[in-house]
Design a protein around this ligand. Structure first.
Ligand code: HEM
Length: 449
């Protein structure tokens, strides 16, 4: 309530009591600055701009997507640090969009598969492009995908299982007891790297190179090396030289089941130039690395967050295959893929123009309440967990999905066989990105169940 003393205050006194009233002209000064310097006015983030990585780092993304889904399946976001874009947020609308790959292109020629545009700011001659089939359209995509797809058949997965199981068991047996350690460094990274080494029949003693090389590509850009700093150039050269030696070795060895031999002896390989071969190796290394690694951490984090579900897992190993699907749904290691409209078109009542950027938010589709009941909860007995869309849909659906599922299932089975419980016991650091969903650090302590 205002007192007489307050109302009688002189202006300088009032300013001391309410310092913010001292600078009523700040607003005018800023306006004058913007008028004199066009283009400098800062942008307030659009309330539905889900390209902002802070909403993921601070775990605030779920209600934003829920609000969007309630308002409709497709929305225009007029402003973002990446320019305007469309957000496709429902399960049904993402499947629909991915089923029309000629209208919604993945090609780097239109803009590629992430929200970042394809290096608009870097002159053509300075770009170092690594063509990969994830960022190609038909028919080229079809031929190149065919070179690697046979490495991921169910029969191949059976062949790889014993090796993956043995490496997983050794890693778990070496973990410290009675002390805190980082699950990402001690389990998720070595197991994922080991899985890829087995797939490529990569020299075991050099397997950490696979992690090292996968890191240079940065956390968002699968289609191109963004900047040509010397470190990246050097690493790319180093990797190219290494794979050339492997290539010569495998070419001499004749037909063999590892992925590199398969690529060499595939008929589609005749149409692949050395740049494309290297690009597709990078795609396999990067595509298999961050995603599977982060799900291995995500499983531990989610089971710790939902102790009732952990109890179910510990009591009944037969739930593991479904638990793997549910953990992938819950985690959704890649938040989005991008498409670009090749022509004017209509999508669920919205008019999309040729050249528009269209983002498919898998993290939102996997929380779509019209498909998944109590979608924000982990439920390892969920009947339709398999309907998750974390591997995408249509012609680009993840070619490595079976391998990822195998590695995750074996991890859970070997944890179960050892009655090993990983309790989150310290720092949890999430990846700050709008593309990869995962953990940089996850401190745990092991107990038995
Ligand atoms: C494509 C997710 C593991 C290799 C994709 C796509 C997604 C994805 C969302 C794009 C799908 C689309 O555009 O419709 C994941 C997740 C994984 C995982 C969540 C683990 C949990 C792997 C592994 C490999 C791999 C282990 C190989 C070693 C690829 C390749 C493509 C791809 C080569 C391109 C497919 C194409 O364009 O035809 N993945 N991935 N991924 N993934 Fe995976």
């Amino acid at each position: 309530m205002a007192t007489a003393a307050h109302t009688q205050m002189h202006a300088p006194e009032a300013a001391r009591a309410h310092p913010w009233k001292r600078s009523p002209s700040a607003h005018e000064a800023l306006e004058a600055h913007y008028a004199a310097n066009p283009g400098t006015r800062p942008h307030h983030p659009h309330k539905w701009d889900t390209s902002r990585s802070d909403i993921y780092a601070e775990n605030r993304w779920e209600p934003i997507f829920a609000e969007m889904r309630a308002a409709g399946p497709v929305h225009h976001i007029p402003e973002s640090p990446y320019g305007p874009y469309w957000s496709v947020v429902s399960h049904k609308a993402i499947q629909h969009t991915e089923a029309l790959p000629d209208i919604f292109s993945s090609s780097w020629e239109y803009g590629g598969i992430t929200i970042l545009d394809d290096l608009p700011d870097i002159p053509e001659e300075e770009r170092m492009r690594l063509p990969m089939f994830i960022a190609m359209d038909r028919p080229k995509h079809t031929g190149q995908r065919k070179t690697v797809a046979p490495a991921f058949t169910p029969a191949e997965m059976t062949r790889l299982t014993a090796d993956i199981r043995q490496r997983t068991g050794e890693t778990l047996d070496a973990l410290p007891r009675g002390e805190k350690f980082d699950w990402v460094n001690s389990v998720s990274i070595p197991l994922t790297t080991g899985m890829l080494a087995i797939l490529f029949d990569f020299p075991w003693e050099d397997r950490d190179l696979l992690t090292h090389w996968s890191d240079w590509s940065g956390d968002t850009e699968l289609a191109t090396v963004r900047s040509l700093d010397d470190t990246r150039r050097g690493m790319l050269r180093e990797m190219a030289a290494y794979f050339q030696i492997l290539w010569a070795d495998r070419a001499q060895r004749g037909e063999a089941p590892d992925l590199i031999s398969r690529m060499i002896h595939s008929p589609a390989m005749n149409q692949m130039d050395p740049q494309e071969f290297m690009g597709n190796l990078v795609l396999l290394i990067v595509g298999g690395n961050d995603t599977t690694r982060n799900t291995m951490s995500g499983i531990v984090h989610a089971l710790d967050r939902f102790p009732d579900q952990r109890k179910l897992f510990e009591e009944d190993a037969s739930l593991i295959p479904n638990a793997v699907q549910e953990c992938i749904r819950y985690q959704t290691p890649l938040k989005h893929m991008r498409r670009t409209a090749t022509q004017d078109t209509e999508l669920f009542g919205q008019n999309i123009a040729a050249g528009d950027k269209v983002l498919l938010w898998y993290n939102s589709a996997n929380r779509d309440e019209t498909v998944f009941e109590n979608a924000d909860q982990l439920d390892i007995t969920r009947e339709n967990a398999r309907r998750h869309i974390a591997f995408g849909y249509g012609i680009h659906r993840c070619v490595g999905a079976r391998l990822a599922e195998l590695q995750l299932r074996v991890l859970m089975e070997e944890m179960h066989a050892r009655r090993l419980r990983a309790n989150v016991a310290g720092e949890v650091e999430r990846v700050r990105a709008n593309f990869v969903e995962g953990f940089r650090k996850l401190e745990v302590e092991i107990t038995s169940f």
